[in-house]
Design a protein. Structure first.
Length: 361
């Protein structure tokens, strides 16, 4: 009687593929902690005959996200001439496997811990220069040669609806549809009017790495969701990071530094620092509404509770941006923000505080 063969597990498929890639070489494969996506990451250490490490790489397993894997490869080729993204070592898109350069284990966030103020500023200046170098890549090239999509009305709207679909039900209140619709319309109108650049979409302290070989450059990872969109988006991700908090005076200083760097690079930017700060705060409201929804979705749908602890920081950023726009924004923005801001104070914040006060606030 013929015994049916047992299908190889995903881990076995990966190890077999790596044996083909690194023929006749011994290796150790260690799984890395997961992120907010369905992708899995591993670190592979190649060994010599004495079991001494000779090289190491990152292995991406994107079994359920082949499209994202192909987009990662596509965007890496676009960004590589301008910024420090991982070199592609080996790939099999059909299987969902990719081997990448390993920048090491030191995230941008790690660099900031216990660093003196001057050193922290140096790190952020490096991150700002890296961002402006990315923004200098011609949009036409990104569209025609790499088919990057636009950060258009539909996508901006869909992202903000994560707030209404996940965060609002989680805290147990009813959405004020008119106020919500007016706010989204005003935000989208201003965002689409901003200069358009390549947008990483997750340019923050956990996606920037200290390059273990060249400490003068930051390694940039997790860029497969890149789009063509507003020049303020990635800056918001960096200076109002969900995982790192700085005084608003310092954030404002970095915002002004970015504006100066854009001007020095000859990029399209705001006429003055105040207008640039306005654009950053407009974009910040959109991003932080989205992030609040995403963090709840990660908890309720995906069982990833660790992001709940980051919600208070995101909420503080959202409140600051709304207050700023209510006071200093353009007339149409003030008209939309002010009533929404009142409703947030009267209804959202009490419900949110009741839900989170026990553990997170």
């Amino acid at each position: 009687m013929t015994v049916p063969s047992v299908p190889a597990t995903r881990q076995q498929q990966l190890e077999q593929w790596l044996q083909d890639v690194f023929a006749n070489q011994k290796f150790i494969l260690d799984s890395l902690p997961g992120d907010a996506s369905a992708r899995q990451y591993h670190r592979i250490q190649l060994l010599d005959n004495d079991a001494v490490e000779t090289e190491r790489y990152i292995v991406m397993d994107s079994a359920d996200e082949q499209d994202a894997l192909q987009q990662f490869i596509n965007v890496a080729k676009l960004m590589a001439p301008a910024i420090n993204v991982p070199t592609l070592v080996a790939q099999d898109v059909a299987k969902g496997f990719l081997v990448l350069q390993d920048f090491g284990t030191v995230e941008f966030a790690h660099l900031l811990v216990d660093a003196p103020a001057a050193q922290v500023n140096d790190y952020y200046q490096l991150a700002l220069r890296t961002l402006v170098a990315l923004q200098a890549v011609p949009v036409a090239t990104a569209k025609t040669d790499h088919q990057l999509p636009d950060y258009d009305t539909a996508l901006l709207n869909r992202e903000m609806d994560l707030f209404s679909e996940w965060f609002i039900p989680y805290i147990g209140i009813e959405l004020e549809q008119t106020l919500w619709g007016n706010l989204k319309s005003a935000l989208i109108a201003e965002i689409l009017a901003q200069p358009q650049v390549i947008v990483h979409r997750d340019y923050h302290s956990r996606n920037l790495m200290q390059d273990q070989v060249d400490h003068t450059r930051l390694g940039v990872i997790d860029f497969q969701d890149a789009v063509i969109g507003a020049y303020s988006y990635d800056l918001v991700s960096l200076v109002r990071d969900a995982y790192v908090e700085w005084p608003e005076s310092q954030v404002t200083s970095w915002i002004q530094d970015c504006w100066q760097l854009q001007k020095q690079a000859g990029l399209a930017t705001a006429d003055n620092a105040s207008q640039f700060e306005n654009d950053v705060n407009v974009m910040g409201v959109q991003r932080h509404l989205k992030v609040l929804g995403i963090f709840i979705r990660l908890f309720e749908r995906d069982g990833k509770s660790r992001y709940l602890a980051d919600i208070p920081k995101v909420m503080r950023d959202l409140i600051f941006e709304l207050e700023w726009l209510a006071e200093y924004g353009k007339p149409d923005m003030k008209q939309a923000v002010s009533p929404f801001n009142e409703w947030l104070r009267e209804s959202i914040l009490p419900a949110y505080q009741h839900k989170f006060v026990q553990q997170y606030i």
